[in-house]
Design a protein around this ligand. Structure first.
Ligand SMILES: [Cu+2]
Length: 417
């Protein structure tokens, strides 16, 4: 039995109407049958005895005394046996009620983007576009579609989900919610693909050669310089409060499936409609190497692994570099889900966390730690534990971290290829 089992609502009724009637009507029925048999038998035996020896009362009396004790005892035993059986059945129901009903109906296999067929890639792109036309479910200012809902929830929780112990769990579930939206609301039949950037940085060529930037079978390429002036769009105050790194907002993406996509939220915490911007910068590829990943995977504890993978504001890392190597909104702490590549990058970070977990699965399925608040002073520092709740506004129900420690189990139900 798992915490998941207790958590997930619907239970098999322990006592339903048919089982109640079986429990209490059947013993009466048995009693009636046995009493009728007893009376018939007794009459028959007494008649025989009277025929044989009308003067000898002792034998029939003794015989009647025994039968009068045995048969009610027998009836009681029957009833008792039935009630005990019923209680056992109830216990069985109780056991069943603690087995999670919401189990994985199947397991999705998340694949690297370049291994998908062109048709599969197109289906994924179509599903992403579909979320950009689905009605919104949050009430954040500026939101116009379901795609915007995801960006808005990230913008409004960004300050409490980065540089903390629940950074990886929060994003694991966030990506899963998006995957579920693609499947349930947009008819997509696959899993979220991931982008393994180590495959694009090892030979010294620009990361722009990655298949994810392909204009026909990918997400389009770099931002075109001169197509957008971010400085005229935003005030100094919002640039500072949103930690906007101006050099990464080079220009609008003008090829591929999102060339004409209008981003409703951002940049940063601003709400200014704009094009999808990028500014690919190979300076950030160093932390995206196989060697960097191996260093992260070699960390002995979750906290050390998380810090290595996520980094900090002053230290390059796989997480930060994956964002900044593409730039634009994706390079911003708040508005990054404006770029559909956000989900492929975070699926890859999740894959690396799962890979680290599987290196010592028994221990690491419960290994969670780290601050609950970023930059908390030691005085106010509390640590993230398995019961820590992850929140997603109206996108999905809040959930404790312990429910998403194993990607193979409900509600996640996936593995990585
Ligand atoms: Cu984030």
């Amino acid at each position: 039995m798992t915490g998941r089992a207790r958590q997930k609502g619907t239970k098999i009724p322990i006592l339903d109407i048919p089982s109640l009637s079986n429990a209490y009507i059947l013993p009466f029925f048995f009693t009636f049958i046995v009493l009728a048999l007893y009376r018939s038998l007794r009459r028959l035996l007494l008649e025989e005895r009277l025929d044989e020896d009308e003067d000898d009362d002792m034998l029939p009396l003794t015989y009647r005394s025994w039968t009068s004790l045995l048969i009610p005892l027998h009836i009681c035993a029957l009833a008792l046996a039935h009630i005990v059986q019923h209680e056992l059945d109830s216990d069985l129901d109780l056991e069943l009620s603690e087995i999670p009903l919401e189990q994985c109906s199947h397991t999705l296999i998340r694949q690297e983007w370049r291994t998908l067929s062109d048709a599969h890639k197109q289906q994924y792109i179509d599903a992403v576009k579909c979320t950009q036309s689905l009605p919104q479910i949050t009430t954040f200012e500026g939101v116009q579609s379901r795609f915007d809902d995801f960006q808005a929830v990230h913008i409004h929780t960004a300050d409490s989900i980065h540089y903390v112990g629940h950074f990886l769990p929060w994003h694991r579930r966030f990506v899963k919610i998006y995957e579920t939206t693609l499947r349930n609301d947009c008819g997509y039949r696959g899993a979220i693909p991931y982008w393994d950037w180590t495959l694009d940085v090892h030979n010294g060529s620009s990361i722009l050669n990655s298949p994810v930037f392909d204009p026909t079978t990918g997400f389009g390429g770099d931002g075109v310089p001169g197509t957008f002036n971010i400085s005229s769009l935003l005030s100094e105050a919002i640039i500072e409060s949103s930690q906007i790194y101006l050099p990464s907002f080079v220009g609008c993406v003008q090829d591929g499936p999102f060339a004409n996509f209008r981003v409703h939220l951002g940049p940063g915490k601003a709400i200014k409609e704009h094009c999808l911007m990028r500014g690919i910068d190979d300076e950030f590829t160093e932390s995206l190497s196989r060697k960097a990943v191996e260093k992260a995977l070699a960390q002995p504890t979750f906290e050390k692994f998380r810090v290595e993978l996520e980094g900090g504001e002053d230290r390059p890392s796989e997480h930060g570099s994956g964002h900044l190597v593409i730039g634009g909104d994706l390079g911003n702490l708040y508005s990054s889900p404006a770029d559909p590549l956000f989900f492929l990058h975070h699926a890859n970070l999740d894959r690396l966390w799962w890979k680290w977990q599987t290196m010592d699965l028994r221990r690491r399925l419960t290994d969670i730690s780290g601050k609950t608040l970023p930059f908390a002073t030691p005085k106010h520092k509390t640590n993230v534990a398995l019961d820590f709740m992850l929140k997603y506004d109206r996108l999905a129900a809040s959930i404790p971290i312990k429910e998403i420690m194993d990607v193979r189990e409900f509600p996640l139900c996936y593995v990585y290829e």
